[in-house]
Write a protein that binds this ligand. Sequence first.
Ligand code: HEM
Length: 259
Amino acid sequence: MSGLPPERRAARGGGPSFGEEDRRLSYGSYLKIAELLQLQQPLTDAHDELLFITIHQAYELWFKLVLFELESAREAMQAGDCPTSQWRLKRVTVIESLLIHQVDVLDTMAPQDFLQFRHRLAPASGFQSVQFREIEFLSGLKDPAYLRRLETDSGERARLERRLAEPSLADAFAALLEASGSSIESLFNDPGRRDLFQLSESLLEHDQAFSLWRARHVQMVERQIGSKTGTGGSTGSSYLRSRLDKRFFPELWAARSSL
Ligand code: HEM
């Protein structure tokens, strides 16, 4: 039986114990469920707006974890610890696979149903997702132009400035190669440094997953709004298509051509 004092044990009548008698912590209080469920506040009565809010919030939660794991992968690289870095990246790519498939849920929304609340969204857009941009910067795809779109004194801008200044995963991997007397060219055929090659493959998988998400997102966008401009003010799908070839580790892709 639990560590309850005898008088409380007697009061409970001796049934199976699941810990409810100790009210200090519960599922709801630990996970802040009440607070979490307060955060979905549609602007209209449109049926599909709750889905739209929920899916974006779910993405942001996963982005938070992805950033946490990528930072840890970078730290392990900086410490010369390839296996730990690779282990962190494994979780990242499994989450990213989930993020790609999560788009399927949005495909259950009909374009005419989206139009019932779309007019209320502008100028808000996924384009303003700071965590998404942080993932890009932290991975190696740094574009200071995105900073100009954020207010100077906002915390979001400060976060992106920090990401711009700090070493990316691409920088950390390049430094690791240099410190081990290796290079992208020798990486693929060095039996003594299999760990470096395997880490480079994990980085590539992260890059590939992001690229697949971009492709899946633009396809969903075209299914919803065709060639209309975005609520964020861009040209919409043609802007998104212009970003499909972006890569975090272009050298790792290019190296394939000269093997
Ligand atoms: C009906 C659903 C959606 C539509 C119609 C849509 C549409 C668009 C459009 C048109 C853009 C280009 C920027 C603009 O002018 O607004 C964009 C960018 C973006 N969207 Fe979505 N989106 C949808 C759902 C999502 C979801 C669920 C996410 C998840 C976080 C997301 C994340 C992003 C991101 C990160 C960008 C910036 C991409 C980049 O700059 O490369 N979008 N979206």
